[in-house]
Design a binder for this molecule. Structure first.
Ligand code: 13P
Ligand code: SF4
Length: 369
């Protein structure tokens, strides 16, 4: 379900007024009590981009790969209240048993990148690519995609990837077929392929809006076809941000997420997944200086956790991911209180056929991750 589909079901998303009037202390107390009440029957995974007010209650916090892995391993919890965005909750539903229910506290917590590839566009693109390249292409999708896209990829022999394992997965895909279709994030695809020695002229872009290829080299030489999608958060880190910082503070190390553009990644000192950024800063010596190019809730937390280092956001005007921020303590408490009253609302359930095919794509990744 895309964000637009969700927004059309407005009645499902109206938070009762009482939660707006409740104090933070009261809400925190109630969440803690309900967690205690359910014990192992309730599991709250939280993505690193979630707000502090929410992440403090996560049983496990992680990046997309870690959260997919813990969902696959958890067999005890009856209710999984997912603090993240819609595609992550879908992945958790696909990887858990039928008797486990996955709940997203606010259905408006979508991902604009995932919505940049819908199944109709993808089927059309695939047909064009089959006509162009024959049976020489394998699809790979970033987990930041809808269940329909994961199912499509599973059906055609491909796999999911996350920013933590994109390199291994692209290498695997290129050992299976001559070329890959990488969707929906052109930047992660381009940065990963380039790291593996594939030149920019060996990559083409598929524009799903205008239904055409964009290519500097010869299309028939393309080893990687990148879907023209991007993250609206990470695209806000620019080469100008880096040039400004190099001028004003040449001692700063710059580390960015590979969802940033190729130009930004090339001009940075390091790039890595969410987990990699967290680990790099943890291991850096006291007194070192860092500018980080990733989501702002996480950057603020990293700053708080490392008072011995000088850390800033690469873009000083950066905001958090708006859809990640839809999950606030009000919505978390509301969904937990409904559960306690026996009302299971905002359940994310992927239909059986889609889930079966999407599992193929996810398992091809998890067995290699
Ligand atoms: P990772 O968790 O794989 O680093 O992905 C970042 C992201 O944008 C999640 O929405
Ligand atoms: Fe989607 Fe980007 Fe937000 Fe991640 S940070 S949920 S990719 S919009």
């Amino acid at each position: 379900m895309s964000l637009l589909d969700v927004l059309s079901q407005e009645s499902q998303v109206a938070l009762p007024e009482k939660y707006r009037e409740m104090s933070r202390e009261e809400m925190e107390k109630r969440v803690a009590e309900i967690k205690e009440y359910f014990g192992d029957k309730l599991f709250i995974p939280g993505h690193h981009y979630q707000k502090d007010e929410v992440i403090q209650f996560a049983d496990v916090k992680g990046d997309s790969l870690q959260l997919a892995q813990v969902a696959a391993q958890n067999e005890k919890a009856e209710f999984i209240v997912f603090c993240g965005v819609h595609f992550m909750a879908e992945t958790a539903d696909i990887l858990t048993n039928d008797n486990q229910k996955v709940i997203l506290p606010d259905l408006r917590a979508g991902c604009s990148m995932a919505d940049m590839a819908n199944i109709h566009q993808t089927e059309l693109a695939w047909k064009v690519m089959q006509d162009q390249f024959g049976d020489t292409i394998i699809p790979l999708t970033y987990v930041n995609s809808t269940a329909d896209i994961k199912a499509f990829v599973g059906k055609y022999g491909g796999a999911t990837v996350t920013s933590s394992n994109a390199k291994e997965m692209v290498e695997w895909a290129l050992s299976e077929k001559e070329r890959i279709l990488f969707l929906p994030d052109q930047h992660l695809g381009r940065n990963t392929a380039y790291d593996l020695g594939i030149q920019l002229h060996e990559m083409a872009v598929w524009d799903p809006i205008n239904e055409q290829f964009e290519c500097d080299g010869k299309l028939e030489d393309a080893k990687v076809i990148l879907w023209k999608g991007h993250c609206s958060v990470h695209e806000n880190f620019t080469v100008a941000n880096i040039e400004h910082l190099r001028e004003t503070n040449p001692n700063m190390n710059i580390i960015v997420h590979p969802e940033c553009s190729w130009e930004v990644v090339q001009k940075s000192d390091y790039n890595g997944s969410t987990k990699n950024i967290i680990e790099t800063i943890k291991q850096a010596p006291a007194g070192s200086e860092w500018a980080i190019g990733t989501e702002m809730n996480l950057v603020k937390r990293i700053i708080q956790e490392h008072p011995d280092k000088n850390i800033v956001s690469l873009n000083p005007n950066m905001c958090p991911c708006l859809t990640m921020n839809r999950i606030d303590i009000e919505h978390l408490l509301w969904s937990l209180e409904l559960l306690k009253d026996g009302e299971v609302k905002n359940v994310i359930q992927v239909n059986e056929e889609t889930a079966k095919l999407a599992t193929l794509a996810l398992e091809r990744m998890l067995e290699r991750a």
